[in-house]
Every structure is written in structure tokens, then in C-alpha cells.
Ligand binder design. Sequence first.
Ligand code: FES
Ligand code: MG
Length: 577
Amino acid sequence: MRNKKTSETLRSARWFAPDDLRSFGHRSRLMQLGYAEEDFRGKPFIGILDTWSEMNTCHAHFKERVQDVKRGVLQAGGFPVHMPSLSVDESFTKPTSMLYRNMLAMETEEMIRSHPLDGVVLMGGCDKTTPGLVMGALSAGIPMIYLPAGPMLRGNYAGKILGSGSDAWKYWDERRAGNIPDEEWLGVQSGIARSAGTCMTMGTASTMTAIADAMGLTLPGASSIPAVDSNHQRMSAACGRRIVEMVWEELTPDRIVTDGACRNAAIVAMATGCSTNAVVHLIAMARRAGVALTLDDLDALGRVTPLIANVRPAGKDYLMEDFFYAGGLRALMKQLGDRLDLSAMTVTGKTMGQNLAGAQVYNDDVIRPLSNPVYHEGSLAVLRGNLCPDGAIIKPAACDPKYHVHQGPALVFDSCLEMKKAIDDENLDVTPDHVLVLRNAGPLGGPGFPEWGMLPIPKSLIRQGHRDMLRISDARMSGTSYGACVLHISPESYVGGPLALLRTGDTIRLDLPNRSLEMLVSDHELARRKLEWKTPGPRFQRGYGWMFSRHVTQADQGCDFDFLETGFGEKAGEPDI
Ligand code: FES
Ligand code: MG
């Protein structure tokens, strides 16, 4: 690609080139760091947005990877600047990291806009960091490349392979059933997360980094490389080299994240057995790029895309490390062939089709051919009905097929705490046919849209050997979760969605093949209940939460802040002074 930028037209030149007092100040401050003029004059400034934190154990290796990126930037003649960013960790943040995805997006956009950067390397991976960084950088609009943290190694205990999240729930149910002694439980605890890197099931982290890869925002296949593999270091340095070239080529994200790229990302998500969270983030990311991706688009793609990544939790046997050895995301995308828009532009400056040339599957039990899928349809289905007029999500491949069509009485909980207390009560009046319902767990009600949607099976049923039942909520669930869980009911109950009107004992009917979720209650009765319904009190009285409550959109819209969406007001220009 021919260079379009020159040293004089770099964005950073506005800060450093003029012979005036402001620029003198900027240059003298770089010299404070020990740099000489020849270190930075006329070179592309590359921001390395790094979400390292000791509270983000998935990104433990980022301290070293920053050095690899810097090495690459310097080799290519750029000037690297390390900019630590909000870490948004999944493991420790209460009530939920989702409350802060948009905060990271705002920080990313504003840090880019306000600083002398010509291009950015976005370092993320743990669930919300991928959409947060990408959303912000899309709005900022300068060249960017995404550096995915990579999955951690397989878990291991006593010769058994352990998968992040999924096996934690599984072993926990066995422990609740009285089948796991302390020593074994401790062994699982110490073996389930044994290296730096993101959850190594096809949870939200692996789903979202695969989505960034499929959108053309990472070096080809970068999302599959395990965090501690030396390939990951080489990929990091290559990101540093490539972003400098992207600046000269003026390869901005609006040329990459097009309609075709968003579609590619959605198809790949479906084929990988993606986390249910993909829906919310994908819609939000697409909308930042001005692409109007909807729940119905995702359902349509889900119906025609077979699930071919045999990776837990939707797949049976393997984890991300196996997926990498089997050829990784490039191999999976190669299988999808011309279902994808192969003409889509990517960060390499080449098309997706060119990036996939030569990709191969090395283990066709891990990455299946289209003719032998793990599941005949894609990962997600969108439901509608009088319980969820604006939609709800289910992951058919991850639930017992006997629940695909199910009718049963509702057992309704108004809060997570109430549910937690009741669920371990051995005398709880519940049968395997009941439908467990949790409400006030959506974007506003949670608050922040927590991952409470895989409601625990009541203890009395666990003891009888039951391990799945139909559960519905306006919450999300972890990408590593599984089971017959209907999620993201929109509008949520907290804002008066019909879920707020449901009562214990009402009959609920799920018909997955027909994509419907209904409560068998008459319109007349629902109208009567609506009159009795009272708006709950505010969740936040001040601060970030207060702002969040006023501006977050519902699940079907991607839960972005309304004022950050593309098309809300005029695009901010460059700072003028
Ligand atoms: Fe970080 Fe799962 S906790 S990716
Ligand atoms: Mg998660």
C-alpha cells in the first residue's frame, strides 16, 4: 500500500512540530523522560493502551508484552508511549464488570482524542476489555490494532482437564450434592487457572477476541495464541511494527469495520459456540462503527451457521489450547469459506481472504468440517413473545434438548439474594418442570447487567440427580456457563418490561424451534397487573452509577450509553488549541 501520510501531516505533528511555546513545552516534557529530539521528531506516536492490573489476573503477562510491542514500534521507526488504561477485570469487579465496559470505552476514546497519538495498540482480552477498547477506539477513529491477551493453559487436576468457569460450576454442583471432599475441592481450586491468560473455554473472552480477529482488527489468528506461548511475544512485537505502517498508510478503522466485517464477526461467533454476551457487545461495537446490526440479523445468521468449534462449553471435549494447536481461528474461518465476506479489509492492509490463504485444520475433531458440525445451527437463538417483546437470548447447543420445547409453572425471584436464600432450602416447593425466574437483574435493575442468569439448580433437585432445568431472567450469564437459560429479556423488569408482571404459578412456555417465549396469562390480566406495578427506587444517587442509569440502553440495543452512539450529535473534532 502506498504511504499517504508524511511526517508533516502526522496528527502528532500538531503537538511537536510548530516553533511556538506550546510545542516547545511538549518537546521539553519528552526530554524530561530522557528522550532526544531524534527519538521522536517526525515519527508516528503509538499509544499502547494497556489494561494490566494486579486485579486483572488474565492480563498478568501484559507488563512484559508492552516491552515486546515497544520493540516492534521502535524497529518500524515509530515512537511508543505506554498508557495504562482502566483494567475492567472479570474476576473481582462487583456488582459486575459490565457496569464499567462503557467507562473503558469513554476513557479509550478520550485518551486517544486528547493526546498526540497517530495510532494505537489496544491490549485487552478479559471479557469487557475487548468491546470497551474497540468501541472507544472506533469512535476516536485513528489507526488501531487489537492485541488479544490470549487464553491461559488448560486447567489440570489429578490428570483431569479443567475448563475455566464451566468446570467450576460442574464441580460446585457435585460438591453441593455432597460428592466432593475438601482435598479434591482444593485441588480443583489450584488447578483451574494455572497461567496468565484469559479463560480458556469459549467464554466471553475467547469469543470477543475471536470477534475482533474476525472483524479484521488483529493480526490474522492472533486471538487463538495462548498467552504464555512465545508466539504471543512475537505477535506482540509484530503488532508494534504493523501499527506504524498502518499510520503511514492511513488505514483507519472505518475502512476495516464495515458491514461485511461485522457480519463476518457474527458468523464466526456462531461457528465458535460463542458466549451469549457476544450479542450485546457485537451490537454495541457495530453501532459505534455505524453498522446497524440487530438481534434479528444475529438470529438469521445463527440459523444457517453450524457450530464447528468443538470447544467447551458448547462443544464437548476441547479447550482453547487445543483449538490453537488444531489451526486456530484462521483454520476455522477457512472452513467457513465464502460464507464470509472475504473481500473485507483488515489491519494487515490485505483482505480477509488473503489473510486466510494457506490456513489449515490440523485436527478435524477440534475444528470440524461443515459436514460434521458439533451442532447443526449456530450458537444463539433469539426469542420473542409476550415475556420479551424486544427479544431474549438462548444458547440451544448448551442446554439439554428436552428443554427446547417446555411448559411449566414459574417460580419467581425478585432479587438475586432472595433467590440464593431459597435455592438451598431443601423444603423449597419446586419440581424439575418448574421454570426458575430471576428479575431485576438487567442493565438498570442489576444494576449493570450482572451474570446471574445461570440460576443454580435447587439443592433438593441436585440431590435427586437433576443437573438442568429451564431458567429465565433479564440477566446475562457467563460465557463459560451452560444449561437451559433464557437471558437478556428485553425490556428488563426494572423498567416495567412484561417480566415485571409475571407471578409465581403462572405458566411459561418456551418453543425454541419457533423462537417463542410466552407467559400464558391473558392480556386483560396483564393490563390489570401493570396498573398495580410500581417503579422501583433508583439504584444510584450519585457518581458514575447515576450517569450509567440515565444513559445505558437496553440489551437489544447493546447497552452502550445513548450519547456515545454514532449519530448522537456531531462528531467531536480535533482539540483546537
Ligand atoms: Fe478474565 Fe475470564 S476472568 S477472561
Ligand atoms: Mg466471563
